[in-house]
Design a protein around this ligand. Structure first.
Ligand code: SF4
Length: 227
């Protein structure tokens, strides 16, 4: 989307002091402040504000149920249309990828602690990034051949382009996170072995079994179900 259109969307934000949109966000993104930065054309600052609470901006911007969350809580929505927060978040996330803005490390000293993360989906990826930012040594164990979890296996490309997932994941990997794929807990990976090597283990395997409609033909090729 062009900057003029983004400015038009951002200009509808009232910079509410009470930040109801932030309260509506499960990650507590500081929406008021990042939109304020967009209005002032401080795009990099907007990215840094979002980075405090989310590393998945271009993904969350596209797939979060904004109308039930931040946008659903937006004051503008009471007498008309809420501010289109999802589009603004996507714009900043995409801009960060295009400009190679990294996820900055925020530690002063490296911490001599090793963390194993089981599961390379959104939860595992997010946890790894925030631990690595703070100086922990992190390794993700993923059961599939690539990380991404539900984002890759549960959301079709037309809704969330694979390129966006790949580039977002790469920024996390660039923090120095190790990744070991085709590793499934209870199959070729044992908790007791990990406990000997790691200071902490975080279990982030997830909810990746989709619900079925139980109708004829739902498993056919090219049959895509949208909620
Ligand atoms: S509630 Fe809506 S108008 Fe108010 S700060 Fe948040 S996005 Fe802007």
């Amino acid at each position: 989307m062009e900057k003029e259109e983004i400015q038009k969307i951002a200009s509808r934000c009232l910079s509410c002091k009470t930040k109801p949109c932030r309260k509506g966000c499960p990650l507590t993104n500081d929406i008021t402040e990042f939109i304020k930065c967009i209005k002032e054309e401080k795009y990099r600052e907007a990215y840094e504000i979002l980075l405090d609470t989310t590393i998945l901006q271009p993904i969350c911007g596209r797939i979060c149920p904004h109308k039930k969350q931040c946008q659903g809580a937006c004051i503008r929505g009471i007498k008309g249309e809420a501010v289109d927060i999802g589009t603004l978040e996507t714009f900043i996330g995409d801009m960060a990828i295009e400009n190679n803005w990294p996820i900055k490390k925020i530690y002063k000293e490296y911490r001599n602690k090793k963390i194993a993360i089981i599961g390379g989906g959104p939860a595992g990826i997010t946890a790894s990034a925030y631990l690595a930012r703070r100086g922990f040594s992190v390794k993700i164990f993923e059961k599939h051949s690539k990380i991404g979890g539900l984002l890759v296996h549960g959301i079709p490309d037309f809704r969330l382009p694979r390129k966006v997932i790949k580039e977002t994941m790469q920024k996390v990997i660039d923090l120095g996170i190790e990744i070991s794929t085709n590793q499934e807990l209870g199959v070729n990976l044992k908790l007791e072995d990990l406990e000997k090597e790691y200071d902490a283990i975080l279990l982030c395997f997830g909810a990746n079994i989709s619900s079925k409609m139980n109708i004829e033909g739902e498993n056919l090729d090219r049959c895509i179900w949208r909620k």
